[in-house]
Design a protein around this ligand. Structure first.
Ligand SMILES: [Zn+2]
Ligand SMILES: [Zn+2]
Length: 285
């Protein structure tokens, strides 16, 4: 088994136990033979500040520390790669780590952690993907802002928004060869649903048709579609599989045995991939 998405203790979201040694030992126990241990990397926050809700601009000294500790660690019995989890920013395919920093690691796990800036829908509302973490929207003014945003998604057109997201992913893959995996993709539409886009109005067949160029590009470039478990629109996964996309399972572990993830639950995602008969991917570095 492989897991290309394991978080490292230097990030405050990951538990102190997430050291290279502990991660390797747990991988051995679980039968994971190849692992990527990631540092979160964000050049900028969507609010233009150092911190936004639970996200933080990367501190240069922590980044250096991660790189130094990775270089010093010699795994005994598994393959271990370095990498970052970073964000897709906009339709041009900008990502939240500069090229010179990308050169220092093996892979970029590309995530949509918050709404991206689209040509048809410029980013004008900052909500964390989980509204429970955004108390500022839990009042009359907040509800008015959410409704205003929802109306903008209707005006932009759900189909155009989906196309914008697909363009963004494709541009990032074409521009940055270190992007080797699209992180916790689910059916590809989770961030849009979170940001109140009524994607299901578009209809499954048309949604899949819009995603097909991205699927073909992923197959051609060997970029894997990462799954952390089951997802809504399984027809999307079946079509991606038909077009040659490879899939990987992850626990998105921030802990070893309890809490977020944890790594010990990796098998759950594998079981889902098996149940869908999805082609397994292996990243070539
Ligand atoms: Zn993530
Ligand atoms: Zn993650």
């Amino acid at each position: 088994m492989l897991d290309y998405h394991i978080h490292y203790y230097i990030d405050s979201c990951a538990n102190d136990e997430m050291t290279f040694t502990n991660i390797e030992n747990k991988c051995v126990e679980l039968g994971i033979t190849e692992a990527a241990v990631l540092k979160h990397y964000s050049s900028a926050m969507p609010n233009g500040k150092d911190d936004w809700i639970c996200w933080h601009r990367t501190k240069p000294e922590q980044w250096k520390q991660y790189l130094a500790e990775y270089a010093a660690y010699k795994p005994r019995s598994i393959l271990m790669s370095s990498g970052v989890e970073t964000e897709l920013c906009n339709e041009r395919g900008d990502i939240n780590i500069p090229v010179e920093e990308q050169q220092k690691i093996d892979l970029v796990q590309l995530s949509v952690h918050y709404m991206i800036d689209l040509d048809c829908l410029p980013l004008s509302l900052l909500i964390y993907p989980n509204l429970n973490f955004c108390p500022e929207f839990n009042n009359d003014e907040g509800r008015r802002l959410l409704e205003e945003w929802r109306q903008k998604t209707v005006d932009a057109g759900e189909e155009n928004i989906i196309k914008g997201l697909v363009n963004a992913y494709m541009n990032a893959i074409k521009r940055y060869p270190k992007v080797k995996s699209l992180a916790h993709m689910g059916d590809g539409l989770v961030p849009l649903r979170t940001y109140l886009v009524a994607v299901d109005k578009v209809g499954n067949e048309r949604i899949i048709e819009i995603f097909e160029p991205l699927m073909s590009l992923m197959a051609e470039k060997g970029v894997v579609w990462e799954l952390a478990g089951s997802c809504g629109n399984t027809a999307m996964l079946k079509r991606a599989n038909e077009l040659g996309v490879s899939f990987t399972a992850t626990a998105d572990a921030h802990f070893l045995d309890s809490g977020w993830g944890p790594l010990s639950k990796h098998k759950n995602a594998e079981v889902f991939l098996d149940s869908m008969s999805l082609r397994r991917g292996k990243i070539s570095f």
